[in-house]
Structures are given as C-alpha cells and as structure tokens.
Design a protein around this ligand. Structure first.
Ligand code: CMC
Length: 438
C-alpha cells in the first residue's frame, strides 16, 4: 500500500479504492476523495460539511485544540498587539505584511474609495426607517455591482484588486448610513484625515451642527478607537466558516464580487453565526443581577431547558478561544471609562468566573468565546445592538475579499455542486387535476 494514501472498502461489494492523503503545511491531513463516485459508485454524507475540506487555502490557520489562530502565518496575538485593521486587511489580501510605503498606498487606495455613489445614498431612502440594518447592508452591497460595473471583469487582476479595495473602503460609510437612516440623521461623508476606525465612528456619530463635537467627540476617544481596531482585527477572518464558504460557493459560479459579498452578509446575519454577541447582551439583561447567576447556570445545565449560556463554547476552539483572551483585557479598559455600564460588566465577570469554576463547564471545555466580550465593548462604544452584526460585516469583508481574491487567482475553480441523499418519492404516475379527488 502506498504511503500517504487512504483505502476505502465497500463492505457490501468488497470493492476497494485508494485515495491520496494530502498534507498541508499544518493541520489535519485531508483525504482527496473527488473520484470516489467514479470508483465506488457512492457519494459521502457530511451534513454541515463538518469533515469536508472544500478548498485549498493559504490565508488562515486554526488549531482549535491548542487555541491557535494565524493569519498568513502570523499569530493573532502579534497582529492584535502591533497592527491596525487596515494593515491586517492588507496582510490577508496580499499574503505579506506591508512596508511603510505599501501601507500608505493601500490606505490611500481605501480612502480614495471610501465615499459611496450619490445614487446609492438615494437607495437608502427607499428603505423604511425601521428596516433592520443587515437588511439594508445586504441590499446596498449587492447594488454596488449596479454602480461600479465598468471594473467588474473577474478575469482581470487589476479589476479584482479594485473591487476588493472598494469593498473595504465603502463598507464603513454603508454601515454608518444603515444606522443614520434608521435615526433620520443626515449623511456624513468620510474624511481623508481620519484613519479607518475613526472615520467609521465619525460617520456614525458626528453631528454636523456641532462642529466641536467632531474633533472632541467621545467616539474618537483613543481607547474606543483602539478597541474597535482590535475587534475588527479579531473578526477579520476565520477560515472556511459559513459566510466565507457562502462567498466561495457564490464565487464558484463566476458571480461578481459584490453579489458574492452580499451572499456572505446574508449568511453572517443568522444568530448561529454573526448574531452571538447580540445574544450575550440579551442574556445579561435577562439575568439582571449577580444574585440570579446560579439560577441561570442551572438552567444552562438543564437538558430540558433550551437556555444556553451565550458567549460560551465554540465549535472549533475546545480549550480556549485565543481571541477571547486578547479582547478580555481591552474589555476591562473600555468599560473602566463607562461608569454607567459598571453593573453590566460586573455581572458579566461574575458569570464568567462562576462558569469557569463549575464542573459542567470544565468537563465540557466550555470557555468564553470572543463574542462574550465583543457585545459588551460595542455597547460601551454606543453601537446599537441591532448594528452588532453590521460591525462584524465590516471586519469580515477583509477576510471575504482575501478568500475571493485567492479563489479567483486559482487556475482551477470548479462550480460548487454538493450532492444529496434523496429521500423523496420514487418516480410516480402523473394524475390530472380532475382525477385527484376533493
Ligand atoms: N451552555 C450550556 N451548555 C453548553 C453550551 C452553552 N453555551 N455549549 C455547549 N454546551 C453543552 C452541550 O449541551 C453539550 O452537552 P452534553 O455533552 O451534555 O450533551 C456539550 O456542551 C457539547 O456541546 P455541543 O453543542 O456539542 O458543542 P458544539 O461544538 O456543537 O457547539 C456552540 C458549539 C458554539 C454552538 C455552542 O457552544 C453554543 O451554542 N454556544 C452558545 C452560543 C455562542 O456563544 N455562539 C458563538 C460562537 S463564537 C462565534 C464565532 O466564532 O464567530
């Protein structure tokens, strides 16, 4: 038997086939079973694709057992300590850290594309003021393809890079308009003198009628900007998660990048993916006081009770979420500035300590994940709760763009086409409507 292969035997027929066991630069090896149907006449069943590698990628590496997260080989801890979000976006997209000149050029390119077309601003007027911000995001991002169609050739490298940079550039203004439209405030345009996160906060919260507020506004507080940069870095990519896989599947058809990103945003919207930090805040509000913690911990442990401790546990990280370790300290720092949030934060910390010392959570390796803290930070930055997933969208656009660019650069990109285990009726005779009875 050849080394680095895997044999699959059909026990009912005795047929056997051998497949290469591919080894990446790190992580679990992958059996290349693409020919299994041709060889053995069956498909594989993998609900939720939990054991399926859908692509080769060089962007992000996760070791869930060891709590390792690398972007392009760099530990998330180092990037969080030393980079801005824009530097991280460059790294994800281009594969290497930028020099000072490259970073300045990238910043300029992003800034140059940060204002949206006036026609797109008018598009917001057609949404009801109480539309969910994510509903507006999906629609407006998809509409970018109607406004910037002259640079949409996915086989042209320059067009692809412009599309990716444009998405990163325009997302903050689109996100801020989702909020401003809902509260009826006038449009605020991006400013070239502000960096990415400052610009976003300025477009969200500045009031043109209060000029001094623009420069002295609390939303440009360095602690807040540092926290936002950090959250954007931590959420920028996470390998082949549901929304990234959605972007890749849409892209496999040759759809334009704006349509692909809109598909990714729709996938991110679901509470099982991008909505967890919102759920953490609702849970803390429901628990209310430290005295109720024991009661709610018991509810979380009760299999007959649907209540789960939000912000605890992770599908991939089984010892700790490295992003949670990084964000925990910043969460302390930000909340120290916000006296009015003191009780909420104390409750969160008390809950965290209780669960970390409880056998149920210890045995099941349930630790706080990044979203346990991110919701608290967003709340401290005055971001409305229904904007939390929009914040995630801004950050994850860097990852989606990197994956889309990687995919488009590949000479082989077959259309994604999973198979199924059919459980419906076998072929049956058609019955005309007059003979179907009442
Ligand atoms: N509270 C109480 N019990 C839990 C929890 C929880 N949050 N999470 C898992 N368990 C229990 C679960 O009931 C099961 O117990 P048992 O073995 O007795 O049946 C055991 O722990 C293993 O759970 P699982 O459902 O098999 O674990 P999973 O890996 O399939 O689920 C999860 C992961 C994230 C869906 C789940 O932990 C959960 O629902 N957490 C709360 C929601 C949350 O915080 N989601 C955000 C994830 S981070 C987002 C990101 O990375 O972008």
């Amino acid at each position: 038997m050849a080394k680095d292969t895997i044999s699959i035997i059909n026990n009912s027929t005795g047929e056997r086939a051998e497949y290469p066991l591919l080894k990446g630069s790190a992580g679990t090896p992958v059996a290349d079973i693409r020919k299994i149907h041709q060889d053995l006449g069956f498909f594989t069943y993998d609900l939720g694709y939990v054991s399926t590698a859908s692509c080769k990628s060089s962007i992000t590496f996760i070791d869930g057992n060891k709590g390792i997260l690398l972007y392009r080989g760099y530990p998330i801890e180092d990037l969080a300590a030393n980079c801005t979000f824009i530097e991280t976006a460059y790294l994800l997209m281009k594969g290497h850290l930028p020099t000072e000149i490259q970073l300045a050029e990238f910043n300029d390119a992003v800034n140059y594309r940060s204002a949206i077309h006036e026609g797109l601003i008018r598009l917001f007027q057609s949404f009801n003021h109480d539309s969910h911000p994510m509903a507006m995001m999906v629609g407006v991002v998809a509409s970018l393809s109607a406004f910037y169609h002259s640079e949409l050739d996915i086989n042209n490298l320059q067009h692809r890079e412009i599309c990716a940079t444009r998405l990163i550039g325009k997302l903050p203004m689109i996100a801020s308009l989702c909020y401003r439209h809902s509260v009826g405030r006038p449009v605020v345009y991006p400013r070239a003198d502000l960096e990415y996160c400052e610009n976003f906060m300025n477009m969200m919260f500045s009031r043109p009628e209060e000029q001094s507020f623009i420069t002295k506004g609390h939303y440009l507080d360095p602690v807040a900007i540092k926290a936002l940069n950090l959250l954007f870095i931590l959420h920028a990519d996470h390998e082949q998660n549901a929304s990234t896989s959605t972007v890749r599947l849409a892209a496999s058809t040759g759809a334009n990048p704006y349509a692909c990103m809109a598909a990714g945003i729709a996938a991110l919207w679901g509470p099982a993916h991008g909505g967890a930090n919102e759920a953490v805040l609702s849970m803390l509000e429901e628990i209310g006081t430290v005295d109720n913690i024991e009661k709610y911990i018991n509810k979380a442990k009760d299999k007959n009770d649907p209540f789960r401790l939000m912000g605890f546990g992770h599908r991939v990280y089984k010892n700790f979420d490295p992003r949670a370790i990084i964000i925990r300290d910043v969460c302390h720092e930000v909340l120290a500035h916000k006296e009015e949030l003191g009780p909420l934060f104390e409750l969160a910390l008390a809950l965290e300590q209780y669960a970390l010392n409880d056998d149920y959570f210890i045995e099941r390796k349930l630790y706080p994940n990044v979203d346990f803290y991110s919701g608290l930070i967003y709340k401290a930055l005055n971001i409305p709760v229904d904007m939390f997933t929009v914040m995630f969208t801004i950050a994850r656009t860097a990852g989606w763009a990197a994956h889309w660019l990687e995919m488009m650069a590949s000479p082989v990109r077959p259309i994604g086409r999973p198979r199924q285990l059919y459980e419906g009726s076998e072929k049956r005779d058609f019955v005309p409507i007059a003979r179907r009875g009442k």
